[in-house]
Design a protein around this ligand. Structure first.
Ligand code: ZN
Length: 497
């Protein structure tokens, strides 16, 4: 191997080790740490953050990347080494533009802002949270100023989650969705009243069922772990060490859907080619592509009729007292109920998109300075009612509901809905090459789909840009039409009718 390439790989391997240790600390904080550990933990995290950032933006890495540009040109475009040099150059260039002081200030504002938000949400006190929002917006403008935003300052923020994506592209997709979703919500909302009842559903039975379903999707105790947390999430500390979490409530079965969602993220990380381990390429490609996989397993597969046919006997056996009389039809209708509601994370497939479009519009206006944080709740409430047809009762169930803005994450929200759009594009591509794939679902066999996704998407990791990756796996650029067709086919005639 070229000596400079070997040195680059060695240095990037160390950065990868440090970052992985950092995410292990985060996982531990949310899953295992006793509460009194928080104060000293903040120091451990800050030190590791600083050291891993310094190691990565080290000028020597920049020199090596410069020197290796010729080698990259002589290698096949698809080779792991060429991709490593290409992608790392882009990451390095971006990271080097941000002064360490600004990065540290943003990290501090994020942790303090989150603490303030927890209290503000609990007490429904937007005024108390507003100064933090102003501080984040000020820091975001400083951050944007580090880059040359040619068309739209929001492009800089979006690029952190969806490299290469432009605000104008998101806007075009969302305009098209809005046009179709608003009338579809009016048509279908509340039309299906079935539910799975209020339980009680024992935690043990929920966990066993979650593991049964995840195992059918590809969960394996040798490489995965399941725990319970306040907010479900997935982390990866290597392609063979994946942690998923869920949460249990005894009056509903949301734990099952959060298991299917998080294992979708987990399967993506698990499927990354082991040859990319300990490099910046060893993870899912972008936030939207990642979300496309959680949504594909949770919604496209997990709320389909063939899946329900397989799940139904397991569900009845798990909860004989509460679901003993549940019919297959009622199960399928209940898990596909469409009903406008305030909380994004509880939203169904039809209404979810409008929650995101609302946030995207408001974020752009806040960043552009055309909306002030003083007017934000009013703007939120007016637009929410226009899009979803119900008035917002209070800020807790309105503008204060999500954690993202409290940590300064602007530009993240749109990737959730882009993930939904991509999930159907990718699903259609899989089904085109495996025509009888859904028949297998009825037998509890999801391996054909899992293998196809691993080969065509997961294994690629971050080798290509999100745009290139989507075109490789779906055979087409970002397109909202398959997703809209899917929603219309599924919901324009009531499910199960
Ligand atoms: Zn997700």
């Amino acid at each position: 191997m070229d000596e400079r390439l070997a040195e680059l790989r060695r240095r990037l391997g160390e950065v990868s080790d440090l970052r992985s240790a950092l995410s292990l600390l985060d996982w531990d904080q949310m899953v295992m740490m006793p509460p009194a550990g928080a104060a000293v933990r903040a120091h451990r995290v800050a030190t590791l953050e600083r050291v891993s950032h310094e190691r990565f933006v080290d000028p020597r890495i920049g020199e090596l990347l410069d020197e290796l540009r010729d080698l990259e040109g002589s290698l096949p475009y698809d080779s792991d080494d060429a991709c490593l040099i290409r992608v790392t150059s882009r990451d390095w260039e971006k990271a080097s533009r941000v002064p360490a002081d600004l990065a540290a200030e943003q990290a501090r504002a994020a942790s303090e802002g989150m603490e303030a938000w927890v209290v503000a949400r609990e007490t429904n006190d937007y005024a108390a949270f507003r100064p933090w929002l102003d501080r984040h917006l000020d820091l975001k403008r400083q951050y944007i100023a580090c880059f040359d935003a040619v068309n739209d300052p929001y492009d800089v923020l979006l690029d952190d989650y969806e490299p290469g994506m432009k605000t104008s592209e998101v806007e075009a997709v969302f305009d098209r969705l809005r046009e179709e979703l608003v009338p579809l919500i009016r048509e279908t909302g509340g039309a299906i009243a079935d539910s799975l009842g209020k339980g009680p559903f024992s935690e043990d039975a929920q966990e066993a069922l979650g593991v049964t379903v995840m195992t059918a999707f590809g969960y394996d105790p040798a490489s995965f772990r399941l725990d319970s947390t306040v907010h479900p999430f997935c982390s990866s500390f290597g392609t063979s060490d994946i942690r998923v979490t869920t949460r249990y409530r005894d009056d509903d079965l949301e734990s099952l859907f959060s298991c299917m969602h998080e294992i979708g993220h987990g399967l993506y990380e698990r499927g990354v080619s082991p040859a990319l381990e300990r490099t910046p390429l060893a993870s899912g490609c972008s936030s939207a592509l990642h979300e496309s996989q959680s949504r594909l397993w949770e919604n496209v597969v997990g709320r389909s009729l063939p899946f329900c046919r397989w799940l139904h006997p397991y569900l009845v056996a798990a909860f004989p007292n509460t679901l003993g009389n549940l019919t297959l039809e009622r199960l399928h209708r209940a898990i596909n109920k469409v009903e406008p509601s305030y909380i994004r994370v509880d939203a169904d497939e039809v209404t979810y998109g409008m929650h995101i479009i609302l946030r995207f519009e408001l974020e752009r206006e806040l960043i552009a300075g055309t909306l002030s944080t003083a007017d934000l709740p009013e703007a939120w409430n007016a637009r929410f009612e226009e899009y979803l047809g119900i008035p917002v009762p209070d800020d807790r169930r309105g503008v204060l509901q999500d954690v993202h803005w409290s940590g300064g994450s602007f530009g993240y929200f749109p990737t959730y809905q882009l993930g939904n759009v991509m999930s159907v594009q990718i699903w259609e591509a899989a089904r085109a090459s495996l025509p009888d794939i859904e028949d297998r679902f009825e037998e509890g066999d999801f391996s054909e789909l899992g293998d196809w996704l691993r080969e065509n998407l997961y294994a690629l990791g971050r080798k290509y840009t999100p745009r290139e990756t989507l075109e490789r796996v779906a055979g087409a650029p970002l397109d909202p039409e398959p997703y809209l067709r899917y929603l219309r086919e599924k919901y324009a005639t009531p499910v199960g009718a």
